[in-house]
Design a protein around this ligand. Structure first.
Ligand SMILES: *[C@@H]1O[C@H](CO)[C@@H](O)[C@H](O)[C@H]1NC(C)=O
Ligand SMILES: *[C@@H]1O[C@H](CO)[C@@H](O)[C@H](O)[C@H]1NC(C)=O
Length: 314
């Protein structure tokens, strides 16, 4: 039983030792008053870290405004205590809009990017006692939700306009096909969609983070491991508008998908949400070897929630 901790600890060490140098985003032009968008400055700091063979991209205390951020291998984003990074709620920052399959139908989607995305990377992290704010309410009103009803009322409209099909919102942190991910201490709040989604990843350590969105925010799942393995989730606090943790393994059963396996969830607190720990609804590749221990669930509608549908793993 104790082997997995040793293995996961080894992968944590790997991220930290690769990250000797620190790259302060304000030295690359980021605005700590949050007036001007710091997206380009953050990417410059990330590129500088990459050129140095890896490093920590640091946000000192302050207020920042950013468009979507793309991570690179051997880079950790570190958000200091007292730093708040708000992600732009200007939908134009998330172009291009694409056609994508969602929930079995073709929809117009902003979901080509997360607010923070990682694709085919090794040794990445997001750390620090600061706050990442997804400003999700701009997105929540695009889909059927109390936020949409309120928005339509404020616009004196009863019917939705052409935004109806723009249902696919960016996830807050989406990692696809990555190895060795560490998320530590950081707070993610008000995600447009899922907060943390790892897909086809191996080696994920999530420790001490807080995820916080209103109970009525649509589909703001906390952590969704999808076709991923060797995952430790510990000391997290989650308040979500959907499942606190939803273990998934693929939506479309016409495609071969890897299982999600070797997952430990411990010492964590699930506040409001649909399921405390859910399996499904999409698990085409299967889910196995999951341990949940020493957790408190005092808010979710259900503790454990296992759900599926034909075509999603059955
Ligand atoms: C909605 O209607 C109210 C009352 O007629 C009006 O005061 C308000 O300006 C209208 N709002 C918009 C966005 O048109
Ligand atoms: C279950 O997962 C743990 C890691 O969480 C791993 O060490 C162990 O070998 C796995 N057991 C099986 C039967 O796959």
């Amino acid at each position: 039983m104790f082997m997995p901790y040793i293995l996961l600890a080894a992968s944590v060490a790997c991220v930290w030792t690769a990250s000797a140098d620190t790259f302060d985003v304000t030295k690359y032009g980021a605005d700590p008053k949050g007036v001007k968008k710091s997206t380009d400055a953050v990417h410059k700091a990330i590129e500088a870290a990459v050129s140095a063979g890896g490093g920590v991209v640091h946000f000192p205390a302050g207020h920042y405004l950013c468009g979507p951020i793309e991570l690179r291998s051997h880079v950790t984003l570190d958000v200091a205590d007292g730093a708040v990074v708000k992600f732009s709620d200007d939908l134009d920052d998330y172009q291009p809009v694409v056609e994508a399959m969602a929930d079995g139908s073709r929809q117009t989607s902003f979901a080509t990017k997360g607010l923070i995305s990682a694709s085919k990377l090794t040794n990445i992290g997001i750390t620090g006692a600061g706050v990442l704010d997804g400003q999700g309410s701009a997105w929540w009103k695009l889909v059927d939700s109390p936020y949409r009803a309120e928005y339509l009322r404020s616009m004196n409209r009863t019917q939705s306009a052409n935004t109806d099909t723009i249902a696919n919102r960016p996830k807050f942190f989406i990692a696809t096909d990555c190895k060795n991910i560490v998320l530590k201490d950081i707070t993610f709040k008000d995600s447009p969609f899922f907060h943390v989604n790892v897909v086809d990843c191996d080696g994920v350590t999530i420790e001490g983070i807080k995820l916080d969105s209103p109970a009525d925010s649509p589909n703001t799942d906390g952590i969704d491991p999808d076709s991923s393995k060797n995952i430790l989730i510990s000391k997290v606090t989650i308040n979500a508008g959907d499942d606190c943790i939803a273990i998934k393994a693929g939506m479309d059963d016409s495609k071969e998908r890897a299982p999600t396996e070797n997952l430990i969830i411990r010492d964590s607190h699930m506040g409001h949400g649909h399921g405390g720990v859910s399996i499904g609804s999409d698990f085409v590749g299967g889910v196995r070897n999951v341990t949940v221990m020493d957790c408190v669930f005092d808010g979710p509608d259900r503790g454990f929630y296992i759900k599926s549908a034909r075509g999603r793993g059955g």
